[in-house]
Design a protein around this ligand. Structure first.
Ligand code: ADP
Ligand code: MG
Length: 669
């Protein structure tokens, strides 16, 4: 053990940031806020919090009010918070969750003894809602500030204000990219520390022609490297999300099997945020001699985590981004070209331990003509209703004058206020209502939280919690292997509920799985993605605990579909649509947009007159996913001010509907 501790000490001292330790601490003593800029791998995330902790421990000897306080280090990404906390616990020779811990949504690994807390930026915001005094923290490091996540931007504003009122409090804003001037200016000319990074040269290659299928091209490129280039030298491939990563992994693993002993060993690692944490850690383990590792990662690996040993980066040039259209209220994740700033960061990951190469799967021309210089901050791209609700519950009412690092567009703010008002979270004066306060307690989109509150009123919390958890996983839940489509579809149809639509079908899937005692074989037999169901169960378990804390009692209405559907309608009323005259397409009730039922929906053939949907996806058409039949009169009941007076009645629904539902199915039209 002695030897191991020593070598960790040596590694710590060899990091670029170590040379600046005393200077940084001297600056922290003098200034409340400083900015640290250093390349990925310099030691910002692992070292800065430890330095601060040492410093405050020394000061606590004289100033007792500091003793026992924590250092927080925030991350925009869950994976970074958890993996770095594990690493630092090792460095400090303590068990994870003792002196060093982490806190991410739905998972808290801290204890009474925790002094250094890695957490997502969203979690610190949540804590602020419970305790605005921030009394348990001596200091905060806002890490990865260059990512400009919404939560990071909001934290910047709140902590800047907090520092004014608390002269002992310290804030370090840390960033991996050089354009820190804007941050410095925002923080009243806070001093900037530039830590020069020691990186090796990286050669950049472009493709000659553009790639029609970057996923296939990435796998081909991987094997070209693997079969022709010397070992050691790991390969890092940037993909946009779990689906792509799992598809590529399957493809790579099949090819490895076919190659057999003709190729050197290739170890496949994945890195994305929903991944089981044991599998995540595999990416950080040293590659055994004689083998090569390939890491299939989202842009988590761009700057948030350090992977030693990567000499090849393969960059298809895409990422998933939130895009919000304030006109339609549609929020979607879209595969978008990355910025040139991101491309430079991705390339940099090939030069950490030796000279490396970055293979860009796009042309040089595309690099200059299609990639923007940088990506606008998330606050200017996304739906803001969650964030507005949080700000309101922090007592920040005047959003127009709020000190955003970069303000969101007034349209998007207005849209968020409207949505919250319609949910009953805000009153006419724009202040938080008691419903709003309850909604803010849930670490969920306010729409989903509203469904849960309504379920409490109608006595079906159990079912609605399951559906809420399942909606988050519905995208990749149903498997359809090419050669077994018919079998898969017939398995799926056994769970279908025509009366309840996709939401109730999801409930049926979950309940049947639970009845099988959460059996993986059950998933296999029914063509269901086991890891999606496991995640849904985890989220559900956390929601159950949370409900207990906010005094939402468990209740169940097994056979009362109406109560369940009404509860869901109370959150998703803005997504109501009616069947058009053509009997095929739908029009949204709020703004008459033409939409279609997704072919994978349970209701694709029945096409009820009135539905709500979970989300819209744009492929060849605007498709509604997760579609559920409703009685349109519920809309007036659950959102009395959202639709114009008489608007719902005008749809020809004044006549009493049969009890239970708006008439569903072909004969209902
Ligand atoms: P930065 O935040 O500046 O990008 P980090 O503090 O994350 O840098 O990493 C500093 C060094 O710590 C890395 O170069 C690497 O050697 C080591 N390191 C970081 N995370 C891990 C890990 N999970 N496993 C092993 N070593 C790690
Ligand atoms: Mg870092």
């Amino acid at each position: 053990a002695e030897k191991r501790v020593k070598s960790i000490e040596e590694v710590r001292k060899s990091l670029p940031i170590y040379q600046y330790k005393e200077q940084i601490l001297a600056a922290v003593a003098e200034h409340q806020i400083i900015i640290v800029v250093a390349n990925t791998g310099s030691g910002k995330t692992t070292q800065l919090p430890q330095y601060l902790l040492e410093m405050f421990d020394r000061q606590a000897v004289k100033n007792a009010s500091l003793s026992g306080k924590m250092v927080a280090c925030t991350q925009p990404r869950r994976v970074a918070a958890t993996s770095v906390a594990k690493r630092v616990a090792e460095e400090m020779g303590t068990k994870l969750g003792h002196k060093v811990g982490y806190s991410i949504r739905f998972e808290d690994k801290t204890s009474e003894q925790t002094r250094l807390k890695y957490m997502t930026d969203g979690m610190l915001l949540r804590e602020l809602m419970g305790d605005p005094s921030l009394n348990s923290y001596s200091s905060v490091i806002i890490d990865e500030a260059h990512e400009r996540s919404i939560n990071t931007d909001i934290l910047c504003a709140i902590l800047k204000d907090h520092a004014r009122a608390n002269p002992d409090f310290r804030l370090i804003v840390s960033s991996a990219t050089m354009n820190a001037q804007a941050f410095s200016k925002y923080f009243d000319d806070a001093p900037i520390f530039n830590v020069p990074g020691s990186t090796f040269p990286v050669h950049i290659n472009y493709t000659v022609a553009s790639e029609a299928n970057y996923l296939a091209a990435a796998v081909t490129t991987l094997f070209q490297i693997h079969l022709s280039q010397p070992i050691p030298g790991d390969v890092l491939i940037f993909l946009t999300g779990e689906d792509e990563i799992e598809a590529a992994a399957t493809n790579v693993e099949e090819t490895i099997r076919k190659l057999g002993s003709r190729a050197p060993e290739l170890i496949v690692c994945r890195l994305y945020s929903g991944l089981d944490s044991a599998l995540q850690l595999k990416a950080f383990e040293p590659t055994p001699p004689g083998a090569r590792k390939v890491i299939l990662s989202t842009n988590i690996a761009e700057t948030s985590v350090t992977l030693d040993g990567v000499r090849w980066v393969c960059d298809p040039g895409y990422e998933k981004q939130h895009h919000f259209d304030s006109r339609t209220g549609m929020d979607s994740l879209v595969i978008t070209p990355i910025s040139r700033a991101s491309a430079a960061q991705r390339a940099g990951r090939a030069g950490r331990t030796a000279e490396g190469t970055c293979l860009r799967l796009y042309t040089k021309h595309a690099y200059y003509s299609e990639l923007p210089e940088s990506t606008p901050p998330e606050i200017q791209r996304a739906n803001l209703s969650s964030v507005v609700l949080q700000l309101k519950s922090l007592g920040i009412n005047n959003l127009i004058d709020f000190d955003f690092p970069d303000p969101p567009s007034p349209d998007v703010l207005a849209r968020a206020l409207e949505e919250l008002y319609a949910l009953g979270a805000l009153n006419d004066g724009g202040s938080l209502t008691s419903i709003g306060r309850k909604l803010a307690e849930f670490p969920l989109n306010p729409l989903l939280a509203k469904c849960i509150l309504e379920a409490d009123r109608l006595g079906c919390v159990d079912e609605v919690l399951t559906i809420v958890a399942m909606l988050g996983e519905s995208g990749a839940l149903f498997l359809r292997p090419k050669d077994k489509r018919i079998l898969a579809d017939s398995a799926r149809s056994r769970f279908s509920s025509k009366e309840g639509g996709d939401q109730l079908s999801l409930l049926n899937v979950y309940n049947s799985w639970a009845e099988s005692d959460y059996d993986p074989m059950f998933c296999k037999e029914n063509f269901l993605q086991y890891r999606s169901l496991v995640r849904a169960r985890d989220v559900r378990d956390q929601l159950v605990k949370l409900c207990d804390r906010v005094e939402v009692a468990p209740s169940s209405a097994v056979s009362d579909h109406v109560a369940i559907r009404k509860s869901l309608t109370s959150g998703f009323f803005a997504n109501a649509a009616r069947l058009a005259r053509d009997g095929q397409s739908y029009r949204t009730i709020k703004n008459s947009m033409t939409v279609w039922i997704h072919p994978s929906s349970t209701l694709n053939e029945t096409r009820p007159r009135f539905v709500i949907y979970g989300e819209l996806v744009l492929t060849t058409k605007e498709y509604m996913r997760n579609v559920m039949p409703i009685d349109p009169l519920w809309l007036n009941e659950v959102a009395p001010h959202f639709f114009k007076e008489g608007e719902i009645e005008k749809l020809g629904v004044g006549k009493k509907m049969p009890k239970g539902q708006g008439k569903v199915g072909v004969d209902g039209r």
